[in-house]
Write a protein that binds this ligand. Sequence first.
Ligand code: IVH
Length: 658
Amino acid sequence: MNITTKAQYNKAIAKLEEAALAYYESSDLVIDDATYDELINEVAKAQAAHPSWGPASILEKVAGGVSDGGDVTHKRAMLSLDNAFSDEELKEWHDRMLRVVSEKKVALCVEPKLDGLALSAWYENGKLVRVVTRGDGQSGEDVTRRAGQIAGLPASISSSTSCEVRGECVMTLSQFEDANKARTGNGDAAFANPRNAVAGAIRRKSDDVLYQMTFAAYSVYDLPEVSSLSHSALMTLLADMGFTTAIGLGAAFGAGRVENIEDAVAACNNIAANRVSIDCGIDGAVVKADEPAVRDQAGETGRAPRWATARKFPPDTRTTTLLDIECSIGRTGALTVRAKLAPVAVGGVTIEYCTLSNPSEIKRKDLRIGDTVWVRRAGEVIPEITSVLLAERPKDLKPWTPPTLCPRCQGGLDKSQRVWRCDNGRSCGLAESLIYAASRDALDIEGLGKVLIEKLIKEELLSDVADIFELEASDIAGLENMGDLSAKKVIDQIDLAKSVPLSRLLCSLGIRGTGRRMCRRIAEKYITMDSFLEADLDSLSEVEGVGSVRAELILTEVAELQEVIERLLALGVGVAEPVTDSPAEGPFTGKRVCVTGSIANMNREEAQARVESLGGVFVSGVTSKTDILVCGDGGGGKRTKAESLGVSVMEASVFLAL
Ligand code: IVH
């Protein structure tokens, strides 16, 4: 939006006020944070160009929130933080602070910036007596009755202690999921994200559902140690008293005291790269002067301290338009549903599609084509539509009608389970499942691709995986565009595929409830097909990620596939799973990591070994599947690509520190 008229200016201010009020006060969000930041920016530009339209202070007012405050006056104002949106802006803040305090260097403390609601907790003689929301910064609302629902906020501390502890009230991922289950179970719209779930839960009037929350402390006042100890030491003191602290939540990823701004920048990037591993939503990192003397000297503006700033990360919740709901049938005959969205950048990645688990999810959330929806992508987690922004719903939108027939073969649909299935089961998706069976993840048969498989199905030469191994060169040579030579090549490749290890053979069967990784874990346990076939419910449930429900499904599937498996064994397909050392556990576990540029004293092989010893999988190029790019000197090309793909970039200094 480009503001060129006074009317547009007034409208933008009104929108910002409405949005800020909703942000601080309710669980019904109006616009997403990125749109809010953009609008603030536009208003600031318009205000600078046309000072007569309104006072500059209007920006401070809206940006600081327009809550009416509450009944409880704060002991001291609850300030906000200024923002830095890049490493450069962070360094500029640091330079400004150094100039104010006339120092060349100061110790800093880096913490995750938790995305929740600020609370002030008052302790008198060791007892928690009051919990107050931020409100308008001067006064807030008394929410003491919610204290029992907030983990990390002790009801009592050492008996002689009186102090004020401030921190952020958040929901961990599991608390958020539980809250939304309870919400939707009651027929209420789900919360868009944990931050607005906390806003809804903490100020709730009724006690019919008690949502669980978590507190993380980030400052303390009125303790005798406050004037002598550094901030990081005070936080250790709080942790010893039983508080969860913001530093504690980020400690594994570089949060804590650092001696210079370069290390602070690296720690912020480390926290950003590990955003998903911190169990609650974070929207940035906070960098603060660690020593009380420096803070006193730096002072504050009316709105925010000069001794701290927030290094903001890309937002993980956005709104966008739901353009379409697309249904298709997967390899195993299950109906999959996905949402087509107007492209939107969430958590640093542009999202155009979003998986919906099943038609009932659409009904439960009442998603309608044309709706404005909240999309959330927490770190590397698959993006999801959390809810609809009902205020934006055009009048004439009709509820979505689910398909009545299989979208592929037009057969009937079995709707008796949560996941809907085509009545024709595996034979509906035969081509897809055989294409997958022959692919790299499974049998890896070069030359047996989509076109050939479709022809072989048409000729009724293929109707299951075992048929592949019964093919003869003459079956193939007679097909269009095939000759003796190409047929022999394919048959040779099929012969080679007979020595496929158990994990990939399982993969080729397309057993529902299993994917590539699950097949590998199962194969690592049973080693051979014979011993897998003897697995019972208890033993299979023990495989990581399986559990009793999935184990039952897998066993039913295996029983269904018994005849195909027996034929495969009789044809001599499959060898024992090679026993490998289990990969190292570490900060890179489960991550695909690429290393670029030159890193001090480390050649490529050493970098690879280091990645693997930290639990990661070393990859040579940056694609959308890469999780982290470690960037040394001169790695600019890959850095640009990583940034454009939303891949986390880790500086070499952080990598070396790991
Ligand atoms: S320090 C004087 N540390 O961010 C301000 N704030 O955008 C002291 N926040 O109102 C705040 N995590 O509610 C601080 N580690 C952290 C924080 C944090 C989240 C919130 C806080 C503040 C808001 C400003």
